[in-house]
Design a protein around this ligand. Structure first.
Ligand SMILES: Cc1cc2nc3c(=O)[nH]c(=O)nc-3n(C[C@H](O)[C@H](O)[C@H](O)COP(=O)(O)O)c2cc1C
Length: 425
């Protein structure tokens, strides 16, 4: 813990880690002790708080702590700590421990917006990320002194989840058999080192310089999936028609039309092990774009539409080996057989597009799909996988989609692994 106003939230993180089964050794900077008492952490962790290099009965506390840790979580990480750590300066027990460890490190920065956006802090963070330090990005919200902006410590529950994610060993690496029946893969952190390309938002197909043919997609589901993939360790390329808040480190490519979306996706698809086509790409676009604004006086124009390129099918046809391709199907199934309709649409789309997974939703149902913060989906896989997620937040839907992706990748890697002697007949 460092000395920032958010230090009080480290109490909840400490409790969450203990509840998750971690053995926690609390280390505080002198600054942190000005914000929260040591007794709270000692009691929660059942371990004395350590503050200094010099008072310990053990002679070299930082190396013992650094060498024995499976993970070091710094919450909150102050601008001072980030700068010292990036520069490799060991000036107290915390920075000495950070330099004396080979364990993964999870930084949870918190500070005023001006500090968070200061070029020195931005550079230091970039340097640390490059070295593989994990980061739970601060969020936008109320800050100390009543200010509002980015730099607020992430939710303690998200920090605990990120820590658990880093500590989780993928089942196949641990030599654990994959579950035989479909169930949550739930190995967050399982996508470390994977590049994922995600599309989000609805395309706009111009009629003239001011008007367009569009759809109601808000991009929220695509962004939630990008955030979930990033939280589980993936590098994200997000190709989007909309601008929503996004964590740093996610590469965003802005596009507007289906043609721009296609060019941006195809140019980057080769880099990606996972592609999630969550964008609502127009199926039709005006054949001709009027060079000048169409005048009202000229009467209603006749707009002739032509089909747009089928990006998902194009990706399905030229997929690189091992790539997991996920498509979305926004349908308006209705009536008593709505669920059956949705299922058959989804299966049809799996086949025609050559996708591994289709996430289908009935956008006519209340609270589902476009512009809502909630969604309800049916996920079907080419391997027979099926999961139905009733009305839930888009973040929860994103978790289910990424679980399905992780499962598909896991099964594929297992299938591609050479048989060992024992497995040979
Ligand atoms: C009331 C108060 C709140 C502070 N909040 C933060 C903060 O949220 N983030 C930050 O980086 N520094 C903050 N600071 C400044 C740090 O406390 C200061 O840079 C200190 O040297 C950090 O020391 P440490 O990193 O060793 O704990 C705050 C200072 C005060 C007085």
């Amino acid at each position: 813990m460092c000395g920032g106003i958010a230090a009080y939230k480290a109490v909840e993180v400490c409790r969450g880690l203990v509840d998750a089964g971690a053995f926690v050794s609390p280390v505080m900077t002198r600054g942190a002790t000005r914000f929260v008492g040591t007794v709270t952490f000692s009691a929660l962790a059942s371990e004395p708080v350590r503050i200094t290099l010099w008072d310990e009965p053990e002679p070299i506390p930082h190396t013992r702590l650094g060498q024995s840790a499976d993970l070091i979580v710094v919450v909150p990480a102050t601008a001072r700590l980030i700068g010292s750590y990036a520069a490799g300066i060991s000036s107290d027990l915390l920075t000495a421990t950070l330099l004396a460890t080979r364990a993964p490190v999870l930084l949870c920065p918190a500070m005023h917006t001006e500090m968070w956006e200061h070029p020195a802090v931005v550079d230091n963070m970039a340097r640390l990320r490059q070295r593989g330090v994990h980061v739970v990005e601060p969020v936008a919200g109320r800050l100390a002194g009543g200010d509002v902006g980015s730099g607020r410590l992430a939710d303690p529950a998200d920090i605990v989840a990120a820590a658990v994610a880093i500590l989780s060993v993928p089942a196949d690496l641990a030599g654990i058999e994959a579950p035989a029946t479909p169930g949550p893969v739930a190995v967050p952190g399982d996508l470390a080192g994977v590049t994922a390309l995600v599309t989000a938002g609805g395309t706009r197909e111009p009629i003239d310089p001011v008007r367009y043919v569009g759809n109601r997609s808000s991009g929220k589901q695509g962004y939630a999936i990008a955030a979930e993939l990033a939280a589980r360790g993936a590098r994200i390329i997000l190709i989007s028609t909309v601008e929503l808040a996004v964590s740093r480190g996610i590469e965003i490519v802005r596009v507007e039309t289906a043609a721009e979306m296609e060019a941006a996706v195809l140019a980057r698809a080769g880099q990606a092990e996972v592609i999630v086509m969550a964008a609502a790409v127009a199926d039709f676009r005006p054949k001709e774009i009027a060079p000048h604004k169409l005048k009202k006086g000229a009467g209603p124009p006749e707009v002739v539409l032509e089909p747009t390129p089928d990006i998902l099918a194009g990706l399905g046809a030229r997929r690189r080996p091992g790539q997991v391709l996920v498509g979305f199907a926004a349908e308006t199934a209705s009536g008593e057989s709505a669920e059956g309709d949705l299922r058959s649409y989804a299966h049809q789309k799996l086949k025609t597009k050559g996708a591994d997974l289709i996430v289908a939703n009935d956008v006519a149902a209340p609270g589902v799909g476009f512009a809502h913060d909630t969604n309800a989906v049916l996920i079907v896989g080419a391997d027979g996988y099926e999961a139905e997620i009733p009305l839930a937040s888009k973040a929860e839907i994103a978790t289910a989609v990424v679980d399905a992706i992780a499962r598909t990748r896991h099964d594929r890697t297992r299938d591609m692994r050479p048989a060992t002697n024992e497995e040979q007949p």
